[in-house]
Design a protein around this ligand. Structure first.
Ligand code: PLP
Length: 388
């Protein structure tokens, strides 16, 4: 019998696994569960991307090992994409790293850039997988409390100065999972100044970068003057092109950080299946009309859900992007007890805010990934509990 290593034992418990188990148990009991807990895009990958992959697969060259660090045409497409979409110039060789999805990079980065015992800053609430990188790299975790009062942006003035002195790396994520908050160019300016002053590397997770509501276009961190001196941005094709299963993403920005990420990838990975890289080129080089249609769909679903929630007196925190609604918990409940109640009494699954960290207390996250009439039905069932 083998025991897991001490490091592995320290890995955080996969919070969504316990949520899925609870939902499955409820479904098994015969309930018609409306699942608003999940965050997996449920639309198919656009046809032109699937076709590009199929064509590339027909070429036996795609069946072999391909270059470490990604194919030149994809690195070029990523650089061109940032130039076109954000006016950001990138050197495709030195400032782009191709990844098998952004999660792997986000988990590897602390290992690539920090030594055991170094301090890194993570947002709370935040995407739970960031914690895996902390445990694997054996670094010290310092949380940045985010709250609605400050639009879910960290207030750098309020961080403990001793912790800031020690911190070497910081993660941000806008548009934000779980709150839907988006960052302003002014906040990114403050971030660059803060990072320069305290010599902290910045990793901005732009997983939902393409998904902004009410006509807002989320800014890229790299549009900020000086951003490339202090940090990188993580981009994924999972959300905006519905390619979550394909596992393709990239990192862009500071050449030293990109080199460190590429180095660790050299040791742990070979390359993404070349046909998938070709499909990613097709996606990035496209006219982005599929993305616009998707954003319009999520906006419609957000509006439908908000309307149904408001009808029962449940007022959302206004989401500026990503595909989540961040919903307050009524008095007398915790995030978890409220989520349990909704599953138990209304057969509606939501994700408790505390699944994303202690600062998520008082909220639950709703995935805006289903369509009418299920939103209305979910809210009607919740309304019958007379909680608002
Ligand atoms: N970052 C955030 C904030 C996410 O929500 C997700 C996926 O849910 C990821 C990163 C990972 O995306 P990928 O599919 O590129 O690994």
């Amino acid at each position: 019998k083998f025991e897991e290593s001490k490091v592995l034992q320290q890995l955080p418990k996969q919070f969504f696994a316990s949520l899925v188990a609870k939902v499955n148990a409820k479904v098994a009991s015969g309930a018609d569960v409306i699942n608003l807990g999940q965050g997996n895009p449920d639309q198919p990958t656009p046809d032109f991307i699937v076709k590009a992959m199929q064509e590339a697969t027909a070429d036996p060259a795609s069946h072999k090992y391909s270059q470490f660090r990604g194919m030149p045409n994809l690195k070029q497409a990523a650089a061109d994409f940032y130039q076109r979409e954000y006016g950001v110039e990138l050197d495709p060789e030195k400032e782009v790293a191709i990844l098998g999805g952004s999660k792997i990079g986000l988990v590897e980065l602390p290992f690539a850039l920090l030594n055991p015992g170094d301090t890194m800053l993570l947002p709370d609430p935040g995407y739970p997988d960031y914690l895996s990188g902390v445990a694997l790299a054996q670094v010290k975790l310092a949380l940045m409390h985010l709250s609605a009062d400050n639009h879910y942006l960290p207030d750098y003035q309020k961080l403990d100065p001793a912790t800031v002195d020690q911190a070497k790396l910081m993660y941000l994520n806008y548009p934000n999972n779980p709150t839907g908050a988006i960052a302003t160019p002014d906040f990114y300016k403050q971030t660059v100044a803060f990072a320069k002053q305290h010599q902290i590397g910045v990793v901005q997770d732009f997983a939902y970068g393409a998904i902004g509501f009410d006509g807002q276009r989320p800014a890229s961190f790299l549009q900020t003057p000086g951003a490339k001196e202090v940090g990188i941005e993580m981009y994924t094709l999972s959300k905006s092109y519905n390619m979550a299963g394909w596992r393709i993403g990239f990192a862009v920005g500071n050449a030293d950080m990109i080199e460190a990420l590429n180095l660790i990838q050299d040791h742990l990975f070979v390359s993404v299946f070349p046909a998938i890289q070709d499909a990613a080129v097709a996606a990035l080089n496209s006219d982005q009309s599929s993305v616009k249609a998707l954003v319009a769909l999520y906006q419609k679903q957000r509006d439908q859900f908000y309307a149904a929630a408001r009808k029962i007196g449940w007022e959302p925190y206004p989401s500026g992007g990503a595909f989540y609604a961040w919903m307050p918990v009524p008095k007398g409940y915790t995030s978890e007890s409220f989520a349990d109640l909704l599953l138990d009494k209304a057969a509606v699954a939501v994700a408790p805010g505390t699944g994303f960290g202690a600062s998520g207390e008082g909220y639950v996250r709703v995935g805006l990934l289903i369509d009418e009439p299920r939103f209305t039905e979910a809210c009607e069932r919740i309304g019958k509990l007379n909680l608002f």
